[in-house]
Write a protein that binds this ligand. Structure first.
Ligand SMILES: Cc1ncc(COP(=O)(O)O)c(C=O)c1O
Length: 444
């Protein structure tokens, strides 16, 4: 990405113009949630200011029509709504395969609660899941409805297709549900191979695309994936909007259950065609899954967000993040690789880690580095376990978070890039980290 283009994009993000102690923000917590560009903010404001009405084809007046058109489009007038824009963004076959949810977590739970499991069914996850793709399955396991198995994880985060396939040999794996890109290491698993293997054994696949869809071009039909979950707030969109993509044959028609069709589990206004006092007939998808008045401002702004990313180009975003990651990884390795207490997680090959750089500092009293980076230079990164407790507990042992002495501290820090980050920001991070390490006498 050229400097001029990058500056143009940066100017779209009002938060980047802020100053604290006369210094700009250095926002490197994009895997958590991204900054929001002006057109997305404007779309939300416009909804509330100009047509703050019901957008679900329920009311038919002036304001409702304006809101509905921006969400559902108007084919006669050739206007695309948010649902069509998102369908196109991931190459879905139809906009009716796009179900709006609150976030990725809600999308995964929609499958977990709606899928008709039978006794003896296995749900296969990977060894490095975010809690949002683990707890919904563990809950079903606690209820005795499924057994949860996981693939073996390693610090290099290499996916072993043979080991993956071995889980199908002695189990009835009904569903594979996996983080496509790890929020810990940034590694993207070979989804197409995984899906082909799972389908060969008659299993369905749900991809948790929370860290993939914002950063790479995605084609659900080419992948042949059954379900895909992602969040708009991780891709320049509003908070509180996610998407569950599902193949249309899995979204059900009236009276149809089984055959891997998911049943809507939250019902109410907007989901039914007709009701009596003892029966109901549901609308087709997506309506049957979107009960009650929705976050219309968010839905409208989601269309604007994906259009914003599309215009920049997903390939350009992927390449930009990879360049930043390579630059910072090389610099960190040059400085600290030989010291023995500084380790970058994931594959040695930087271009396999997308836009995520997670490092472990294993020094006495290693806590608080993220807070210091923020206080000194407004550098915002993440520390902790990034909702991947199970993964770290398995890698480090159950008590690693509660060392008996401060000398055994092991802290994990994650930087994550997006389209607006710069090499200059990487340099600010490097200088400040060096300063902190010196102040702590970790280095001379
Ligand atoms: C891999 C992964 N899955 C799921 C989630 C949950 O996303 P949300 O909080 O938007 O539901 C995250 C969020 O960080 C994630 O990184």
């Amino acid at each position: 990405m050229t400097q001029a283009l990058l500056e143009n994009y940066r100017n779209d993000f009002p938060a980047l113009a802020r100053r604290r102690n006369e210094k700009p923000p250095v926002y490197l917590d994009n895997a958590c949630t991204t900054l929001v560009p002006q057109p997305v903010i404007a779309a939300m404001n416009e909804y509330y200011a100009d047509y703050p009405a019901c957008g679900g084809r329920r009311s038919h007046h002036w304001f409702a029509q304006e809101a509905t058109r921006r969400i559902e489009g108007d084919l006669e007038q050739g206007i695309q709504g948010a649902r069509q824009l998102i369908a196109e963004f991931i190459h879905a076959g139809s906009e009716n395969e796009i179900i709006f949810t609150l976030n990725t977590t809600h999308a995964i739970n929609t499958v977990a609660l709606g899928f008709q499991f039978q006794s003896g069914d296995v749900v296969l996850v990977t060894g490095r899941e975010h809690n949002s793709n683990l707890l919904p399955w563990l809950r079903l396991q606690n209820l005795g409805l499924v057994k949860v198995e996981h693939t073996t994880a390693n610090f290099e985060d290499v996916f072993d297709l043979e080991e993956f396939e071995s889980h199908f040999k002695n189990n009835r794996v009904r569903l594979v549900s996996m983080a496509w890109t790890s929020n810990v290491t940034g590694t993207t698993f070979p989804a197409k191979d995984v899906i082909a293997i799972a389908h060969r054994y008659g299993a369905r696949v749900l991809l948790d695309g929370a860290q993939t869809v914002p950063h790479q071009a995605v084609d659900v039909r080419d992948l042949d994936v059954d379900f895909l979950a992602f969040s708009l707030h991780k891709m320049c969109g509003p908070r509180g909007v996610g998407v569950l993509y599902a193949k249309s044959e899995l979204l059900g028609r009236d009276g149809q259950i089984g055959n891997d069709v998911i049943e809507p589990t939250i019902l109410g206004g907007g989901t039914v065609e007709d009701t009596t006092f003892d029966s109901y007939r549901l609308l087709r998808a997506p309506d049957r899954f979107e009960a009650g008045i929705q976050n219309y401002a968010g839905l409208i702004a989601s269309g604007v967000a994906v259009e914003y990313l599309r215009q920049i180009g997903m390939e350009r975003i992927t390449a930009h993040e990879a360049e930043l990651n390579r630059y910072l990884t090389d610099a960190l390795r040059n400085r600290y690789d030989d010291l023995g207490w500084f380790n970058i997680l994931g594959p040695r090959e930087t271009n396999q880690r997308g836009g995520i750089l997670t490092f472990v500092v294993q020094r006495p009293n290693a806590v608080g580095i993220a807070t210091e980076l923020d206080a000194k230079r407004n550098i915002m990164i993440r520390d902790g376990v990034f909702c991947a407790h199970a993964y770290f507990n398995e890698q480090f042992g159950l008590n690693w978070m509660h060392p008996t002495s401060y000398r055994e501290h092991r802290m994990i820090y994650r930087l994550s890039f997006y389209l607006y980050n710069t090499f200059a920001e990487c340099d600010i991070f490097l200088e400040t980290l060096d300063e902190i390490f010196k102040e702590r006498s970790y280095i001379d």
